[in-house]
Design a binder for this molecule. Sequence first.
Ligand code: SF4
Length: 256
Amino acid sequence: MTTGIPVAGSGLARHRQTLPLSEVFGPTFQGEGPFTGYRARFVRLGGCNLSCGTGDAPMVCDTEYTWNAAKFDLAVECPEIRTSTILERAGRISAPISVLTGGEPMTHQRKPAFTALLTGLRELGQVHVETNGTIPPTPAVGELVDHFTVSPKLANTGDPAGRRLKPRALAAFAAAAPGRAVFKFVAASPTDLTEVDRLVSEYSIPRRAVWIMPEGRTAARVLACHRSLADAILTRGYNTTTRLHMLLWPEEDRGR
Ligand code: SF4
């Protein structure tokens, strides 16, 4: 008779020790936000709860290979990898900061493997998490993360507001700003900045915790967009960031 309860060594028990991994890379520079230019290792997990840029939306996701099963074979792109193996790869990279990114890494936060990964990464230095801000951290995860970069998606990404803006999560991250969280918005036009203004007001996000990043998939586009928005960003009292990796390594869309 089987009990249905997984036992150590069973397929299910092993699965609980794994996470869908896209890539581990570095050392490189953090390319965006307040830590731009810092040496960092990156761990990119698969899976996302949004689908930015599908349909006719102008703002496209630059890591579709982590979640878009219609375009990519996710079993190949993001195979389930044991946490111990991820940590072993991360440990070979010399850098003071680990950046956990995706996809949307917080979709995995309730898995034991996720807290095991954060715990292991903390032994290597600071742990930063990049998130779309739709999932509030559990207390356990919150304690294991030094810094959240929260990037709520604007209307330009095409997802409906009810999907991309989650009030409880945004309020939780706003309460952690600016000490443990900052907000990074990707903007292409003054209209996008007006939308940022509304969110900042609605969720009481401190302006000093807001970074505006220009849209763009090429160095020329990033620079042109940044120049067109710079004065308006300054006037509003926000910070700004470029996309350093796009300027330094424009031909390389992975591993940088
Ligand atoms: S939230 Fe991030 S990873 Fe997910 S679809 Fe949007 S841009 Fe891509």
